[in-house]
Structure formats: C-alpha cells, structure tokens
Write a protein that binds this ligand. Structure first.
Ligand code: GLN
Length: 489
C-alpha cells in the first residue's frame, strides 16, 4: 500500500498505472485518515465519500480495460467551498448559503471531472474568501497541521491544511489578495496564483471579480504545474479567460510544448531574478528574513543571477486593494438577499416589508467581516466619494501595474517573501482587522497587477516559511520552472 504522506500527483499516477494499488483503495485510505485526523485539524466542511468512491471505481475499470488515462485520473482532491460542484452543497463558509446546492459545475471542476479526478470533499475557508486565517468561517476553525495552536492561513486555509496533513493529494483554492499563497506558506506546501485570465472563474463564487483567480495547492511545484495545465485555458463562460498559444511573435510564450511540465533548465537558469527593495524592509519577521535570504544565497551559489529592483508604489498597494476589493465585494454579494440567492430568515407572520426582509436576512446571514466590507465598498462607491476613493484607487492600481512592467524590463522573475510573519496563533489577530490586513502586503500587489505568483517552501526548520516567485503575465512556466529546479536541487 502506498504511503499517503508523500503521495504526489506524479507518484499516484505512476503507482496507479503500474497497478501497485487501485484508485478505490487509495480513496478509501484517504477517507479513513480524514475521519481520524480531521477531528483535530478541521480542514473539511463536508465529505463526499460515496461519489468519490464511485468515481474511483470508474477509473479502476477504465484502467483495467486498458484505456489511456489522464495524469489526473483517480487523484483524490480537496476543493475549496466557494467552487461549485453540481448537486453538492456549496456554502463559501457563509451561513447565508448553508443549504445552497450548486446547480452546475464550475469550469475547473468540469475539466477535472473529464480527467477522472476524484473529489474527497469541500474545504473550510474564510466566509466568501474574506480573511487571512480561516477564522472568519461561519462554521468552524481550521488548525495548522504544523502547529495546532496556529492558524493555517486563509482564506483557503482548509485546502492548505488538508494537503499539508496528507488528507488530500492536492487541492484547489482561490486567491484574491493572497488566499492561495499565504496559506500554502503557513502550512509548508506550494500554492500557485495563476495570471488573471489564465483559469476560468466560471462557477467560483465571486469575491472581487477583477482580482479573483482559482489555482492549485500542492505538495510539489511539479504537481502545481500538472494541475495548472489541466485547469487553464479559455472558457466561453468567462469573458476574461484567454488561451495562450505558442506563437513566435507573441511575448507570451506559455505552454511551449511541455515547457510547464518539462522545463528546459538550461533556459531556466538564465532567467534573471529581481529583488524589490521595498519587500525586504524592517518589520519583516527575523526568521522569515533569514529563511528567504538563505534561499537567495543558495540560488546564487547555483548560478542564478540576481538584481536589486524597485517597486516604488508598493506602499500604496494595501490601501488601493482595500478600496477596490470592497467595492467589488459589495456589488458581488448584493445577490444574497434571501430571494435571489441565499437562505431567507424566518420572517413568517411578522408582516415585514421587503426592505426589512432584506435587512433581517442579510443581518443574520453574513458575518462581521463580510458586513464590514459591504459597508466599506458601498461607501467608496457612493456618489459623494466615488471620485475621491474608487476612481483614485483605480489610477493607483494602474501605477502599481506600471511598476511591475518597468521592473520586468530589467528582470524575468521577482523573488520576495510571501507574508511578513510565519503562521500566527489562533485568535492573535481577530480583534484588529488592520493587523490581519497587513498579512497580505506582499501578495496583494500581484493580484492588483494580474500577475502569476507561486509560494514555495524554503528549507527552514520549525514553522514553515515560504518564498514567492512572481512572473510576467502568462509566464507561469518561468516561476514554475525555477520552482521545479529548486525542488530537484
Ligand atoms: N486576505 C485577503 C483579504 O482578506 C485576501 C483574501 C483572498 O485572497 N481571497 O481580502
């Protein structure tokens, strides 16, 4: 029997094809482990054991009939609970969606289903993906498998904890300001936020539509590349999605042959890496500083060329994000009113007006953080303040994007810390939203600029600490290439 601990997509596929085990056996083993281990971790909100085992059986039957299988066939995955799977409850960890059953598959789910992937269950998250610790879930707290007194990060904390605790081979998360990379960083695994538009958002419960992206959370960079390749591409249901095809004239030479999965390391080693001075500041936790610095030294010793660069508008990124994001949030969650979407409060026989029904339903259905952002967003969009806040923030966003464009004329990839600190204690930052917001200072600029970035664990002992590689638009192959090089050396 395969050891679930170090089971990657790659290893699973090899073992399955060689018939060292069946997909059914492994899926069963995962559920056995989840049933004991998840009592203390709390990564899953719901399991789908029957459908998972059924799907695994189908994969085994296909294998026995000698059909050629996708590399994802039979892979047991965990899915963040803001991604729709047809017929299954999908709550985004909000009370207002407690009983919502998805009526269609998200495009990423459809693609994974077509490849024979198996879904173990839906994972915990901050309500509507708003948060950095998964403490904003309406249902439960998730613990960091590396230290049960600490948060797993957020908002995709359930997905990251499931993978880190070997309760799934890999997972999907979503990232609006860091929600894939930061929990991967806190849990000691890999998280990729793809370029905006690289992966369809159809069937993702929207938080802030101009920033959201779905992406993989995995044990290795190689697995992240495998999953990314399968979920990316243009989708007619998401007008912002694109297909990047190889074309000699195009600067976007993504997916050249098997560039993602079999990087040409000779080319990869010639990529010049930028270190933005604004990201290596005082206030950065000492261990984090040390772990990232060691990684840089190691890469230097292996021959990678580094260059100091500047991203001068970094200091405005957080303020800019906390105007644009809530503005989009307030528009996106307006549909949860108990009539169009969401569970209506019990208002029977009270003779309430329509407005009171809305107020009661939303008052009871949303948690504090969601309400805070609706109020903020409504305020920055209101007629008297639109120009002062929202439209100014849009201009600042352009400048932040421009900073990156300029930097990418000098370097190919940018290396930074992922978060200012390693995983913090449960409850440590809940009373001070601003402290919590500061967690995302190094990840947010990437979403504002629509760039791809991956969080990869450093080799530090103790609490996990990762480093972030940011690439040019649609150059996932560069950051995943360096990542795969690092992982093999
Ligand atoms: N932590 C950030 C926030 O609270 C980012 C969340 C996310 O990426 N979904 O907005």
């Amino acid at each position: 029997m395969m050891d679930l601990k170090n089971l990657t997509i790659k290893k699973f596929n090899k073992g399955l094809v060689k018939k060292e085990f069946s997909a059914f056996e492994i899926t069963k083993a995962f559920f056995d482990l989840i049933k004991s281990r998840d009592k203390e971790i709390g990564a899953y909100l719901r399991l789908s054991e029957n459908t998972a085992l059924e799907r695994a059986k189908i994969v085994d039957a296909e294998l026995n009939s000698n059909s050629k299988l996708s590399i994802l066939a039979g892979i047991p995955l965990a899915i963040k609970d803001n991604i729709l799977i047809k017929g299954e409850i999908t709550t985004a960890a909000s009370k207002i969606l407690e009983n919502y059953k998805a009526s269609y598959d998200a495009t990423v789910i459809k693609k994974l289903k077509n490849n024979g992937a198996v879904f173990l269950g839906k994972t915990n998250m901050d309500e509507f993906a708003m948060g950095s610790s998964t403490e904003n879930s309406a249902f439960q707290k998730t613990k960091n498998p590396a230290d049960l007194e600490r948060v797993p990060g957020g908002s995709s904390g359930g997905s990251a904890a499931a993978v880190a605790a070997d309760m799934a081979v890999a997972a999907l998360g979503s990232d609006t300001g860091g929600s894939i990379r930061q929990p991967a960083n806190f849990c000691g695994i890999v998280g990729l936020k793809p370029t905006y538009g690289a992966v369809s958002r159809y069937g993702l419960i929207a938080m802030a539509s101009s920033l959201d992206q779905i992406g993989p959370i995995t044990k290795t960079v190689e697995d992240a590349a495998i999953l990314f390749k399968e979920i990316s591409g243009k989708d007619k249901f998401d007008a912002t999605s694109v297909d990047i095809k190889y074309n000699d004239e195009s600067p976007y030479i993504n997916y050249v042959g098997d560039e993602l999965l079999n990087p040409n390391f000779e080319k990869i080693k010639k990529l010049k890496i930028g270190l933005p001075k604004e990201y290596f500041i005082e206030g950065l936790n000492k261990e984090t500083q040390k772990a990232v610095q060691e990684t840089i030294e190691n890469l230097k010793k292996s021959g990678f060329e580094f260059k100091e660069i500047s991203l001068p508008r970094t200091k405005y990124a957080l303020s800019c994000y906390y105007i644009i994001m809530p503005a989009e949030v307030s528009a996106n969650v307006a549909r949860f009113d108990g009539i169009r979407y969401g569970q209506m409060s019990n208002v029977k026989g009270q003779g309430l007006s329509l407005k009171d029904i809305y107020l009661k339903t939303r008052g009871e259905g949303f948690g504090e953080e969601v309400k805070r952002r609706i109020i903020l967003g409504t305020f920055v969009l209101s007629s008297g303040y639109y120009d002062a806040y929202y439209s100014k923030a849009q201009k600042v966003r352009q400048m932040i994007k421009h900073d990156f464009e300029k930097a990418f004329q000098e370097v190919d990839v940018i290396l930074t810390p992922v978060s200012p600190t390693p995983a913090f204690k449960i409850g440590e930052k809940t009373s001070d939203p601003l402290q919590m917001y500061l967690e995302d200072i190094f990840t947010i600029p990437v979403n504002l600029a629509g760039l791809p970035a991956v969080s990869i664990p450093t080799r530090t002992k103790g609490l996990p600490i990762g480093f972030q590689l940011i690439g040019k638009h649609f150059r996932e192959a560069d950051i995943l290439g360096i990542g795969q090089w690092y992982e093999r050396n």
